[in-house]
Design a protein around this ligand. Structure first.
Ligand SMILES: *[C@@H]1O[C@H](CO)[C@@H](O)[C@H](O)[C@H]1NC(C)=O
Ligand SMILES: *[C@@H]1O[C@H](CO)[C@@H](O)[C@H](O)[C@H]1NC(C)=O
Ligand SMILES: *[C@@H]1O[C@H](CO)[C@@H](O)[C@H](O)[C@H]1NC(C)=O
Length: 477
């Protein structure tokens, strides 16, 4: 998802990593209140550096301690709905990696209101922000990601799916104490890529917790994942088939991928599988595998200064696709004044803030080869479950989503059809018993980055539990 990704070519559901950074191990006592509701007011963000516009919504950011013994704290950023936040649902957004920041991707280039200009210093308002329809909570998870930290440095070498889910539950329970106005609110969990693990796993621990305690704080109504890692075997089949069908790899490589990698883990694969994946990557050439038809980011942070002069920034809505968004957030979120505004004390701040932590990624522990068992458990628990897929992504492509869903063997309720936006086919959809599948046409790995308007249509349909729009013959214009 950024520039020098080829140095770390690993054919996994991950993004790239530029450099390894260790979190500052020492911390001092930060001023904070014991009263959670008082802490809510302290977390209020009043103004962001580079924000030249006013916003009508409130937003909050700060830390929630999820484990006192080790000193693990997760960083969150809540943006309330633009209008009438009391009547809108609460959604939690998670990015993947493992090791990538939901602030870097979700907030700053996908569904959040604050996006970053190419100067890395100023902000613009995303006209398709999902806080038009919901209160949106971004969480940097697990520790070692974004601004989230641990006082026990070995924690960063021992992240895995299980602890991530447990810490996230612990985060939510404490967060609702700080924001009691959201207790019992309709709640949805959303995410993409490796969050294809986090989202159903967290949903399951919440369902089990609610069952065991009869606690009504977390009113989980459903979850939705996009370009999500779901089942290593079926996802792999889909990747290889997509690469070959899109004409990106040779016949020989296609065959070898299928024989050397078919039963491999996505996160922990064998040397033989990794070797053939590297060959496959070389065959792709210098394209952006996360979005195969858009240009890759050529510039690094300093280089983008030159590029910027040629780009024509004409207002927000017509802003052109910028492949270098990650470079901009790397500048912005390292600014001391930005960290101060977001309540990130220099004592806890990472030595260098990164969009993705290579350290977290490389030391990932447990990563089950499938979460389809979790789907099977949750599909009958009454949750609304949607899966979407941008169809120009080669990392976790639409073919992977289809093979994985097919493996669930769910009966079809409404057959495959196109869905529409402004009279154009915007994608395809099929509704199964217990699961809706939505393809977003022309979108890459990060659907809301590439197709922001369609993504907003998607979240509206998901939250209202309605089918994707059909072709409207009568214009209401
Ligand atoms: C980490 O350690 C510092 C210094 O002892 C302390 O102030 C801080 O609260 C600790 N963080 C957590 C999450 O426990
Ligand atoms: C933001 O609001 C303040 C106070 O109402 C006002 O003085 C200022 O002009 C506004 N800024 C913009 C850019 O609209
Ligand atoms: C990236 O920037 C550094 C200077 O910060 C420069 O030395 C390097 O050549 C640049 N790399 C590319 C690919 O532009």
């Amino acid at each position: 998802m950024a520039n020098p990704r080829w140095e770390f070519v690993r054919f996994t559901a991950i993004t790239i990593f530029v450099s390894v950074t260790l979190l500052a191990g020492t911390c001092v006592v930060a001023a904070s209140s014991q009263d959670p509701v008082v802490q809510q007011e302290l977390d209020r963000v009043l103004h962001l550096p580079g924000q030249s516009f006013n916003v009508s919504f409130a937003h909050y950011s700060g830390y929630v301690t999820v484990n006192e013994e080790s000193g693990r704290a997760l960083f969150y950023w809540l943006v309330e709905a633009v209008e009438d936040p009391q009547s809108k649902p609460l959604i939690l957004w998670l990015n993947g990696g493992p090791g990538c920041s939901s602030i870097a991707y979700g907030m700053a280039e996908e569904i959040g209101p604050f996006h970053i200009n190419a100067d890395g210093k100023s902000l613009y308002l995303n006209p398709y922000s999902w806080n038009q329809v919901a209160n949106v909570l971004f969480l940097d998870s697990p520790v070692g990601v974004g601004y989230s930290y641990s006082n026990t440095s070995s924690d960063l070498l021992n992240n895995g799916d299980k602890r991530t889910a447990a810490d996230s539950l612990s985060f939510l329970l404490k967060w609702f104490e700080r924001f009691p106005q959201y207790k019992g609110r309709e709640f949805y969990i959303l995410g993409e890529s490796y969050a294809g693990h986090y989202v159903p796993q967290l949903s399951l621990v919440i369902v089990l917790y609610n069952r065991a305690t009869a606690d009504k704080t977390i009113n989980l109504k459903g979850y939705m994942v996009g370009n999500a890692l779901t089942d290593d075997y079926h996802d792999h089949l889909g990747v290889f088939q997509f690469l070959w069908t899109a004409g990106l790899i040779s016949d020989q490589t296609y065959k070898k991928l299928n024989t050397l990698c078919d039963f491999e883990s996505f996160i922990h694969s064998s040397d033989a599988c990794e070797k053939i994946q590297e060959i496959a990557y070389k065959e792709l050439g210098d394209i952006d595998p996360y979005s195969i038809f858009t240009p890759p980011c050529k510039a690094n942070v300093s280089g983008s200064n030159l590029l910027r002069k040629k780009m024509h920034w004409i207002g927000r809505i017509s802003q052109k696709y910028d492949p270098c968004t990650e470079a901009h957030s790397t500048v912005y979120f390292n600014l001391p004044e930005v960290q101060k505004a977001l309540h990130v004390s220099p004592k806890f701040a990472p030595a260098k803030w990164e969009t993705c932590s290579q350290q977290v990624n490389e030391h990932w522990k447990d990563s089950p080869r499938t979460v389809l068992d979790v789907y099977k458990e949750l599909i009958h628990s009454g949750l609304r479950i949607w899966v979407f897929s941008g169809d120009t992504d080669a990392i976790l492509p639409v073919t992977s989503a289809r093979y994985s869903i097919d493996a669930l063997k769910l009966p079809t309720v409404k057959p495959w059809r196109a869905w529409y936006d402004d009279g154009q086919v915007a994608g395809w959809t099929e509704e199964y018993e217990g699961l809706n599948f939505v393809v977003v046409r022309g979108a890459g790995h990060e659907v809301p980055l590439h197709k922001p308007k369609l993504a907003l249509t998607l979240i509206k349909a998901f939250l209202s539990g309605t089918s994707m729009p059909t072709l409207q013959l009568v214009s209401d214009a």
